[in-house]
Design a protein. Structure first.
Lengths: 334, 378, 334, 378
């Protein structure tokens, strides 16, 4: 296997490398989707895989998402480990019946006889100037579907580690890739033996004592930035990167909130019915007597994703996060 | 480049050579459904096969009757009978080798049973103790599939995977006339043809999708005509002629196994009974139509052929019936026992390992059940 | 117009009557779906409409849910008011792309030029002994999709009033019909001029002072029963029937919770990522200082809907609701 | 009824009369794409129409070039060019009456412009100031549709609604070869045929779906062969021959208007440029293939025909080019102005009336914007 020096590497490169290593290690891993072969995907995340492993291992499918996911189900039934790419978040919707009625339920339906070790990669979220249907944050649909794991990396290392774990998982994993972080870079040496990051563990990205920002995916860097800016206001913010929405790491999140007594959930996805409600509710259920203020939410507005020229108004930014932190009833404390 | 420049540089040429990618003619179905029984082709049919088909049809009919009776006794939540369609059900099962896979729809319990599944296990979904009562891998029978046409891409994917692995496996997928209208039907057939996957699609055109007659479902000359649009052969067969269905499906399976790719088979049959025991078919069709089809009954057709040609005598027929009755008695008896139920199973098979959240919920239910045991409703 | 004496009427009959009256009043109202014509629908909710208004006004479509909803979009673009029936909750999934990418966005996409006055009737929920795919509670998907109204009646009168309002609405409405209440009866006189019930207003079904049960649809009768049973424990429970999940009636809900200081959200839909998280979170955000205890949730488990013989263990029942009420930290009060 | 009883009562009968519901023969496309230019059929073509087509092609080519240039200047977020496909774009627009509806895909901006839309308004989606820049009802042009094939059922529903209302309206819907693989394509064509809706489906088969060539998309003899599976006529046409596309589409529109139901037209064309400005076509195809198609250029084909037959002279050609340049200059100038933007619009069109929740969010954004105006980043 040829190795390429990739330091610093982008998240896209780490993802490619994760698939490549998984394919090399396990001949049952198959990558499939629209344009994933010859082109290497519209984001080039599957670049080189068809060349290295052949078109039978990295396959350009016909243009039909239900067909892609549905055939992947059949392949998994026969013992393969398909890694499916949905070209953009909104183009996963045609596959929802297959996802909800089959992918998430096959193991349960058959009392464990037919597990589906399937990874569904979905580039998601906005901030890339895409025209409509190219910037949806669809995680609310996935987390409300029992039987799916829902995972999203925010760092280059996690992109590798979590995707390896997803592909290795015997359960279906919806792997949400924050589009606007594809080109984010980190000094990460792919030739080091990489730790596969177990699914289901949140991580504290920044320690702080004043309040906890609970976030994931594309909003992690924004929260870190907000935490830096908050120092000017005298706030020392902790930032928890969930990494996995399902299973949810109550332990890490609640430990943080119990320490700080205040929390804001931040995500790009629409607020109403979005993951923030679940997170705020479960944190409140578990940490009620530690809370100095209600858990607040900063989320996208409850509107269809806006056109590129207006998206900056929609996306949770540093100011909006700090405004929410400011509403955490600080007077009550002092 | 501006148009001006182009004009200097270019000469109008004929269109780059365009060829139909395949010759459509051999893909088109014949104008009439293929028949064997009562035609000259019957003479070629293997007597042993015909007798085997007959025994299975008789057993199948009895199975349908018994299952319907079980709904009346509250032993099944629902039963979509395949009475009148037994030729399709039985032939679909019999054309497959052991290593092949069957992808039944929710109406095809009988096909699964004809393939060798325990008749009780095949009814688990419809009894309601669990969603699937058998291990699909053990029997190479996919779970009975309720969301229409969604099992078709699974069959394609499985067949494709088998071929990639170098395994000599064919998948046969069953779907109804109504199901052919779903997008998944289209996508599955297209993938199958592009991948040249070893799949056979069997459409049981039984005239209705619940209350909706075929004329409201399609304007096509036949459903088999859809095949040409995918680049696979379409075949039309009399779905009540077990010998014909068996032959057409066998050909398609052989073709697929030999690397020839998928085939679409439309079997013209009829749903003699209501959609399910819960349906009232008198709301949408008259007896006269049903009667013409009762007269074209798959068992009678085959029994007549066998009798005429001296391939079966009354004792042979009686033996088939006795076997069917024995199956029915056993089914009745076993279905009259309450299935074992464990509420804890609700959490056991959602993931390989229950999530922390599910563990909590399982503990909650366990506590509730314990409390229920201890005392009465608060 | 012939009138039928329907007292007491079932919810199914009230729904039929609502469509009939709407069709009689407005020739642009068209009913369409699988088996809605000759058969009158598998639940007989469209019984008689094809006969009275003709098959062009009440149409048996081909069997394809995306096609049904997609053609209804086109019909609405031309000025009709389609009322679409999805045969069961889970069979709406094939139509999700049309729903999310078009139905919910067409008005927004065209700056109001192409509103879609479309009603999507979805029989939902369990408790009817249905085999898999016949008992899903899919409201989490709908409420996370901006641009849709999401409405669900719990009474015979509301079934009529809200469905009339849905059909009259210039926005798309997902109208969730609790299957197991189809045969619930009430003395309701369809010949009285019926008030169309405006969408977006919750109603207090039972007044109480100890705590608020926030619920909707099939769980409303269960909560009322629980409230009766709670009297034995000395709890006087208020029951709020939301009726409309989108828009959400913060006012009525919060007024109740501020009065009682305690709340439990009850629904059949899975808990994780379900509507309960949103409701608990927004109530907490708005009523934090009135809360004696965290807002708790009683919901279906986070599992695929169970087979008929086990569904009673899954569905929130009186005991499970009262257990939750019992956890509302009563000692803290006295 | 037991099998025993049946046997006494029944005689095996032939299958109940089964007829193909329609004759498939006339539904099948010809083996070769229909052509007019450079063939004898050209003599029949209306010179005025040919000149009109020519002027529109020239304008269309210029439009494509200008729009692509605007992406380089950052004035468009993205542009999927229809260079090389102008014959399809223009003909689709020109065959429609004013009251008819056009349903374009995201690649068909030019068709919308050829139908009379303001070239700037047609680019709103791709500029990114809003999702749609025109009032679809005013122009009878549906919004440019990005999710592939999803616009097809809309066209069917609209055409069906018009027919129910007694209006003499035809809908023409455009889709790509890739889009034909989607389930919505199948469902739309089936609904159209069952309802006999006045719709024309135009598949621009330009050889690629982004990087995926047709051979990985379908194994069918042609995409037009899919028509027979729905019971509608399928037509194959040289998509770079504007006169041929115009004629085939006109026939289909006339057929639909007369109550004859839908038609599927496959136009064989080629995407000469990359998928969009963001695509790198060299990754998946070579220059040689592109060149054969550049030689079969729609403008050159038509200009040659017009010139040969003396229907146009250099001044006529120049006039077309001048008009195109004027359009381009105007487009360039207007696109170089920043479009008006109002963030408050985000909330205005989600519902007829903003929900209380949206009012709150709007107030929040208003306050944020006011704060932004007042002071710098905190
Ligand atoms: C996706 C989906 N939509 C709707 C249904 C509800 N449904 C169950 S059976 C049926 C009719 C099926 O007709 P057909 O495919 O002809 O099969 P048959 O019942 O005749 O065997 C319908 C509409 C379903 N199961 N799945
Ligand atoms: C449902 C859906 N899936 C995927 C995409 C992403 N996508 C945009 S264009 C395209 C290729 C379309 O090919 P074709 O239909 O042949 O049209 P062409 O681009 O050639 O005009 C793809 C895959 C999409 N827009 N919609
Ligand atoms: Mg049928
Ligand atoms: Mg194309």
């Amino acid at each position: 296997m040829t190795t390429v020096a990739l330091k610093p590497a982008t998240m896209a490169q780490a993802l490619t490398r994760a698939m490549r290593d998984a394919m090399a290690a396990d001949p049952t891993v198959h990558v499939m989707g629209e344009d994933v072969g010859t082109l290497g995907g519209v984001f080039r995340v599957t670049d080189g895989l068809a060349k290295e492993f052949g078109e039978d291992r990295c396959t350009d499918t016909p243009l039909a998402e239900a067909g892609i996911l549905g055939t992947a189900v059949g392949m998994a039934m026969y013992g393969l480990r398909p890694v499916v790419e949905m070209q953009f978040d909104a183009f996963a919707y045609p596959a929802f019946e297959q996802l909800i009625s089959h992918v998430s339920r096959m193991r349960n339906r058959t009392r464990g006889a037919l597990p589906l070790p399937l990874t569904i990669r979905v580039p998601y979220g906005g901030g890339i100037g895409g025209v409509e249907h190219h910037s949806d944050s669809s995680e609310a649909y996935y987390i409300a579907t029992p039987g799916l794991h829902v995972v999203t990396p925010a760092t280059v290392a996690d992109a590798y580690g979590l995707l390896r774990a997803a592909i290795a998982s015997d359960d279906p994993v919806v792997f949400l890739e924050p589009k606007r972080l594809y080109w984010s870079k980190a000094s990460w040496n792919p030739d080091d033996p990489q730790t596969v990051e177990p699914i289901g563990r949140a991580v504290v990205r920044r320690s702080g004592r004043s309040a906890t920002l609970i976030t994931y995916g594309p909003s992690v860097p924004v929260c870190l930035e907000a935490a830096e800016a908050a120092r000017d206001e005298g706030w020392d913010l902790e930032v928890v990167d969930l990494r996995s929405l399902v299973p949810f790491d109550d332990e890490t999140v609640c430990a943080s909130v119990r320490r700080t007594g205040r929390a804001v959930v931040v995500h790009e996805s629409g607020g109403f019915g979005g993951p923030g409600g679940e997170i705020a509710a479960r944190v409140t259920e578990r940490c009620f007597h530690h809370l100095e203020a209600p858990v607040l939410r900063v989320a996208g507005f409850d509107i269809p994703y806006p056109p590129p020229m207006l998206e900056r108004h929609h996306l949770p930014g540093v100011d909006r996060i700090l405004d929410a932190v400011g509403r955490l009833q600080w007077e009550a404390e002092g | 480049m501006t148009v001006m420049e182009q004009r200097g540089a270019y000469k109008p040429t004929p269109p780059p050579a365009w060829q139909p990618r395949t010759d459509p003619a051999p893909l088109l179905p014949d104008a009439r459904p293929y028949r064997v029984l009562g035609t000259e082709a019957a003479a070629q049919a293997d007597p042993g096969l015909l007798r085997r088909l007959h025994a299975e049809l008789v057993r199948g009919r009895r199975y349908n009757a018994q299952a319907t009776a079980l709904t009346k006794q509250g032993r099944l939540a629902v039963y979509p009978s395949s009475t009148g369609q037994e030729a399709c059900q039985v032939a679909a099962a019999l054309v497959l080798e052991d290593r092949d896979w069957l992808f039944p729809s929710y109406r095809d319990t009988l096909a699964a049973v004809a393939r060798g599944l325990d008749p009780v296990q095949a009814l688990t979904l419809l009894r309601g103790d669990w969603h699937t009562g058998y291990d699909p891998r053990e029997h190479r029978v996919a779970p009975l599939c309720t969301p229409l046409a969604t099992q078709l891409p699974h069959a394609v994917g499985l067949a494709h995977a088998a071929r990639l692995k170098g395994d000599d496996v064919v998948a046969l997928a069953m779907v109804g006339d109504g199901g052919s209208s779903e997008g998944d039907f289209h996508e599955a057939l297209n993938f199958a043809a592009v991948w040249q996957a070893p799949v056979v699609f069997l459409v049981q055109n039984n005239g209705f999708a619940i209350s909706v007659p075929l004329a409201k479902q399609t304007a096509a000359p036949s459903l088999a005509h859809k095949a040409v649009g995918y680049g696979m052969p379409g075949r039309l067969v009399d779905g009540n002629d077990a010998a014909a269905v068996h032959e057409v499906l066998s050909d398609a399976v052989r073709h697929a196994r030999a690397g020839g790719g998928p085939t679409l088979v439309e079997a013209i049959t009829y749903r003699v009974e209501a959609h399910t025991n819960a349906d009232d078919a008198t709301r949408y069709r008259g007896d006269a139509e049903v009667d013409t089809w009762r007269d074209h009954d798959p068992i009678v057709l085959l029994e007549h052929e066998l009798t005429e040609r001296g391939l079966i005598d009354d004792s042979g027929i009686q033996a088939a019936r006795d076997a069917a009755e024995a199956m029915a008695a056993d089914l009745r008896e076993r279905m009259n026992q309450d299935p074992p139920l464990d509420p804890m199973d609700l959490f056991a098979h959602v993931y390989a390992e229950p999530t922390p959240q599910l563990r909590e919920q399982q503990a909650q239910l366990r506590a509730e059940l314990a409390a229920e045991q201890e005392g009465p409703h608060r």
